[in-house]
Write a protein that binds this ligand. Structure first.
Ligand code: BTN
Length: 325
């Protein structure tokens, strides 16, 4: 895996490199280079091979690096980040951090991956995670109190993500309860918060964030809802290292505030970002669908739905919200 990633680092400039030069820089034979190039294509990368010139990535890649991410972080944020693990390929950055949390990893441990082979969304859904083109990031955060005090955490994380994305997309960013980030009704990013701990505390949360940066059209065949990405919105591909730093910066700020004051300080901002309030929607529960008008969130972060004369409340986790058809 190390040799493969070293090879990719060399090729990431999008220029031609001869098989011989690649072999020499890695200290391996040309046959070994060929084997690693095949493995890279297995990750979904397209590599052009031209006789007499060598090998070239179809598109240059701005690979994630700890150095570049750190260079965009404030000293304050850096103080809260215990460790930054950047992996070429992992099943899921959330699964990886959950495993490390059980083994005692420190609060503030971060995992980013270039690709996820089993990226997970809410309610057991798949999160499409092709190589090198989007952001897949998880952060482990430990809390003194028990899991019940973290009920509103995923909504607060939504506010953090909206703040981070505002630098890249100045307009039309909204939240769709409980914590989808949408742009003009299309999903731009998702959040998966997984919580564990003792009922009286302590507890921890693994906060997973997936942002569509430049989704290859072929990969998008597996997405079964309206979606967009930063490239389609702005016709620019932002630096994923700068984006990762912006997300971490805002997450750290929001998590420190959440520890002190809970969800209450984020309610107004969440309500301003609410893209569904006043709309006719459907709530999908295990095997039933409830239609009504979205009435925003209550002070605990539950969704309020007007169904006839009745105002019903739904906690996140058990249900999903969709536009009425
Ligand atoms: C959703 O909207 O359903 C939540 C999507 C969360 C995706 C991110 S990508 C990084 C982290 N690792 C995962 O397996 N999932 C989250």
């Amino acid at each position: 895996m190390k040799a493969r990633f070293a090879l990719l680092e060399t090729l990431s400039d999008g220029k031609f490199h001869s098989g011989q030069a690649l072999g020499e820089s890695l200290g391996v034979t040309r046959a070994a280079v060929w084997k690693q190039l095949r493995a890279l294509t297995g990750l979904g990368l397209t590599i052009h091979a031209v006789r007499g010139r060598g090998y070239q990535l179809a598109q240059p890649i701005d690979l994630l690096t700890a150095k570049a991410i750190n260079s965009h972080l404030s000293d304050r944020a850096r103080e809260h980040i215990a460790q930054l693990d950047i992996l070429p390929d992992v099943d899921s950055t959330n699964t990886y951090l959950k495993m490390h949390a059980v083994r005692g990893a420190a609060s503030g441990t971060v995992c980013l991956a270039e690709r996820q082979s089993a990226g997970r969304g809410r309610q057991g859904r798949q999160w499409v995670s092709p190589f090198g083109c989007n952001l897949y990031l998880s952060l482990l955060w430990r809390f003194v109190d028990g899991p019940t005090t973290l009920a509103g955490l995923s909504l607060a994380v939504g506010v953090a993500l909206a703040r981070a994305l505002r630098t890249f997309v100045p307009q039309d960013i909204g939240l769709k309860w409980p914590n989808d980030l949408v742009w003009q009704g299309q999903k731009l990013a998702g959040i998966l918060v997984e919580i564990a701990g003792e009922s009286a505390g302590p507890s921890y949360a693994v906060i997973g964030v997936g942002i569509n940066v430049r989704m290859p059209t072929a990969a998008s065949d597996n997405i079964n809802q309206p979606w967009t990405d930063l490239y389609r919105i702005s016709q620019k591909t932002p630096s994923r290292n700068a984006l990762a730093a912006a997300v971490l910066e805002q997450l750290v700020t929001v998590l420190c505030e959440f520890e002190r004051q809970g969800l209450s300080v984020f309610l107004d901002e969440w309500r301003r970002l609410d893209s569904m309030a006043g709309r006719d929607v459907q709530i999908h529960m295990h095997d039933s669908v409830i239609a009504g008008t979205a009435k925003g969130i209550d002070d605990n972060g539950a969704l309020m739905l007007q169904v006839g004369d009745e105002l019903r409340r739904f906690a996140s986790g058990e249900v999903s919200l969709r536009m009425a058809q």
